[in-house]
Design a protein around this ligand. Structure first.
Ligand SMILES: C[S@@+](CC[C@H](N)C(=O)[O-])C[C@H]1O[C@@H](n2cnc3c(N)ncnc32)[C@H](O)[C@@H]1O
Length: 383
């Protein structure tokens, strides 16, 4: 690889990392009868992951190919070495043009940005109802730049967090806590939600918050970040949720705590008699594994995908029933449009203290009806 090509590769890499990359074009084909006239490449978020999309243009058709960012960069360099003489790269700061002569000499020309205003203005739309309102936090979380403008690759995460805060704000507004409230975020991961929620709630209420997760590196990052932002009543703990012995929480929250981790969060809330339990579950697998529906359901559940979906429905419905049995008023709803995440079911439970024995009967009836050996949550509780 020539040094200029190497430089271009580095510019591409850095501009993607710094969210400055806009798009690129490969043109001037090396071999005349090559069917592709040009390739346009840009960033695309697919299933919440950033990809490079290469769009191949022939005289008759357009072909789309998606790669993860590393493979995409390699593919672009490969096309440039073998198929095209020219590459134009557009970033917010500069335009670059790499020209290759027939003898293989390369020249890299840098000029002022030509697409800056046209193409970047549409990618940084901060939501009208922004519940985070802290540009420094947005930047530290890697969701956006220092002006609080959200990166396109982070917009789905931003929307989920924003919505979660909005819902929690609504709940607290109806019943404002006047004494210190303790909130535990189970499976907090890097702490996007924990930090953003603390940032919002601590300005309105006396609050103490903790995040717990199995991943050590993200926990130390969370603690450093909380310190940097002076979030002095927020801390992160490395470990399994079951290592938290303290059962004195006012609110239990979890965003996409996988499979039974959501049950562990709910159980912790019930043991604590937490006023609020708010979980957005994901990867509901346990019930599916312990489920053998009777033959009468065969016509509907003989297809794997339908059985899987039914098991997800049952998992969350049964969680709600258990919560009701333990005295919680429970709502299950879609908290965000599925285009932002397919894992968009939320269970919100508010403690009202009235046990509901009918819910327990319904729970048991569902087990019999669908041949469910056990629901993990029931094993975590004393009936
Ligand atoms: C899909 S991530 C979600 C992270 C974060 N809540 C978010 O939405 O960005 C699920 C997290 O749950 C954590 N987790 C799974 N089981 C756990 C357990 N038993 N105790 C604590 N954390 C757990 C995983 O380590 C992972 O970071």
């Amino acid at each position: 690889m020539s040094s200029q090509l190497f430089n271009l590769k580095t510019i591409l890499e850095e501009s993607i990392e710094q969210d400055s990359f806009i798009k690129g074009v490969l043109s001037k084909k090396r071999i005349k009868n090559n069917e592709f006239n040009k390739v346009v490449f840009s960033l695309k978020t697919i299933k919440e992951k950033l990809h490079i999309q290469l769009v191949y243009h022939t005289d008759k058709q357009t072909i789309f190919k998606n790669y993860d960012t590393e493979q995409g960069r390699e593919k672009i360099m490969d096309e440039l070495e073998n198929t095209f003489f020219q590459c134009n790269l557009f970033t917010k700061e500069n335009d670059y043009q790499l020209l290759t002569s027939k003898k293989g000499k390369t020249k890299l020309i840098k000029s002022s940005p030509s697409l800056k205003n046209k193409e970047t203005s549409k990618i940084h739309n901060r939501q009208k109802n922004d519940w985070i309102q802290n540009d420094e936090l947005i930047k530290v979380l890697g969701l956006g730049n220092e002006n609080g403008e959200i990166y396109p690759r982070a917009s789905k995460k931003y929307k989920q967090i924003n919505k979660y805060i909005e819902i929690m704000d609504g709940i607290f507004k109806n019943n404002p806590p006047n004494s210190n409230i303790r909130v535990l975020d189970v499976g907090c991961g890097k702490g996007y939600l924990t930090l953003a929620l603390y940032n919002y709630l601590s300005k309105k209420y006396p609050i103490e918050m903790r995040g717990v997760d199995l991943m050590e590196n993200v926990i130390s990052w969370g603690n450093e970040t909380a310190k940097k932002l002076n979030f002095d009543k927020l801390s992160f703990i490395h470990g399994d949720i079951s290592s938290i012995n303290d059962d004195n929480w006012d609110a239990l929250i979890a965003l996409h705590a996988c499979d039974i981790a959501t049950d562990l969060a709910i159980a912790k809330g019930i043991h604590s008699k937490a006023k609020y339990i708010m979980v957005a579950p994901c990867c509901q697998k346990q019930v599916r594994k312990s489920m053998t529906p009777p033959k009468k359901w065969n016509s509907i559940l003989k297809h794997g995908i339908q059985l899987e979906k039914q098991a997800v429905l049952l998992t969350d419905a049964m969680r709600a029933l258990i919560l009701e049995y333990f005295g919680y008023k429970t709502k299950v709803f879609e908290f965000i449009e599925s285009e932002h995440t397919p894992k968009n079911t939320m269970i919100v439970a508010e403690f009202c203290g009235q046990e509901n024995h009918e819910s327990l009967s319904t729970f048991n009836a569902l087990k019999v009806e669908f041949g469910i050996e056990f629901h993990y949550l029931e094993r975590l509780l004393k009936w």
